[in-house]
Design a protein around this ligand. Structure first.
Ligand code: MET
Length: 387
């Protein structure tokens, strides 16, 4: 049994020596040779119905399966402790896959715990994919369940305000309804939700898993049964991850543990300093006791991570700060090697209904690998120069 850090380096690298290579090959083939109509047809059917190619079978067509993507999936499955993982072109494609996979079970209703990433909130609240959603607090989940509820969806830590949800408790409240956890902020380095009886763990792989801001992807770590449903949906929607980003995302896994820990160390210092600054109001960071009332850091999560948010006195001040940073970048996204700052109400959470939108005095920061003293200097000069 390998340790987590060893798995991060080696998972998904099986058979490379036999192939005579050291780095993972990027297989760009959009199509694959077919040995005969009969055998090709069987392989096609195998994958179109949610399977993976059997040993020696043609892979038929990249929309159905790709070996470079499969290596990334094997890596994520190993790190999340899941039997399987299914990779998509983006995090939102993965979420769409999850919702359509739920519909394929004959259920149409979702119970979702806010806050959630704004895009997730939008697709759920709008019903754009034909699902119906009841938003609930963790304590209201049981009461919101209906005979047609197919999923309970939660994100912890939540985007953008870092609320934590007790997953073991939530699974209990879901009363047998499958739970999907967005684990993008925590990563499997800090939190492995499947341990608590969760059915699906979703990542925007664009964030920490890739870690360098240069590859988009989404992935769901889950049971073999859900993986079949997800691949069936992926085959018909064409939402599969492609080989170039799959290679980069897989490469990112090797350094995931050291990046997450180093970014977390820096974030802790930045959060503590911000909390003591006279122009900063509330700091939202799970490492601060007031942000972790259930004591989940140290139990459910091995650490508080590297995302934080903070309030300033006015929306106007908050909107000026991102324009004044020099070292940091004013940009959405998170989890990469460099520090990003953005205004959730104006950007990532723009489509969220007014009564659920983060307030406009809040800014979200994703701490990177720079020296925390430099990050803090830049944040402080941006806050002070725009007051
Ligand atoms: C287009 S808004 C997006 C990106 C990302 N999910 C974030 O929270 O920053």
């Amino acid at each position: 049994m390998s340790t987590f850090d060893t798995l991060a380096v080696h998972a998904g690298r099986d058979g490379l020596t036999e192939q005579g290579v050291h780095a993972v090959p990027i297989d760009l083939s959009t199509t694959a040779p077919l040995p005969s109509v009969h055998e090709g047809g069987l392989a096609y059917e195998q994958m179109a119905t949610g399977g993976v190619p059997l040993e020696g079978q043609s892979t038929v067509y990249q929309r159905l399966w790709n070996p470079t993507v499969a290596r990334f999936e094997a890596g994520v499955a190993a790190l999340e402790g899941a039997p399987e993982a299914v990779a998509f072109a983006t995090g939102m494609a993965a979420l769409s896959g999850v919702l359509l996979a739920m519909k394929s079970t004959g259920k149409n209703h979702v119970v979702a715990v806010r806050p959630l990433y704004g895009g997730t909130d939008h697709v759920l609240a709008s019903g754009l994919l034909g699902t119906e959603t009841t938003f609930a607090t963790p304590a209201e989940v049981r009461g919101a369940l209906r005979p047609d509820t197919g999923l309970v969806i939660v994100e912890t830590p939540a985007n953008p305000s870092l609320e934590l949800v007790d997953l073991a408790r939530l699974v209990e409240e879901a009363d047998g309804v499958p739970v999907m956890v967005d684990n993008t902020f925590a990563t499997p380095v800090l939190q492995r939700p499947l341990k608590y009886g969760v059915a699906m763990v979703l990542h925007s792989a664009t964030k920490f898993l890739g870690g360098h801001g240069d590859a988009m992807g989404g992935v769901v770590a889950t049971s073999a049964e859900w993986a079949v449903r997800l691949r069936s949906v992926r085959a018909v929607t064409g939402g599969i991850l492609t080989p170039w980003p799959a290679y980069l995302l897989h490469r990112g896994l090797a350094t995931l543990p050291i990046r997450v820990r180093a970014q977390q160390d820096a974030a802790h210092k930045v959060a503590m300093a911000l909390a003591g600054h006279e122009l900063v109001g509330k700091v939202y960071y799970p490492g601060l006791p007031e942000c972790d009332p259930l004591g989940l850091v140290g139990t459910q999560m091995s650490g508080p991570g590297s995302l934080m948010a903070f309030d300033v006195e006015s929306a106007e001040h908050a909107e000026r700060i991102p324009g004044a940073v020099r070292l940091l970048t004013h940009a959405v996204s998170l989890g990469g090697i460099d520090t990003l700052i953005q205004h959730p109400a104006g950007l990532t959470h723009r489509p969220v209904a007014a009564d659920a939108k983060p307030h406009a005095q809040m800014l979200r920061v994703s701490i990177g690998l720079e020296d925390p003293a430099d990050i803090l200097d830049d944040l402080v000069q941006a806050i002070e120069s725009t007051r």
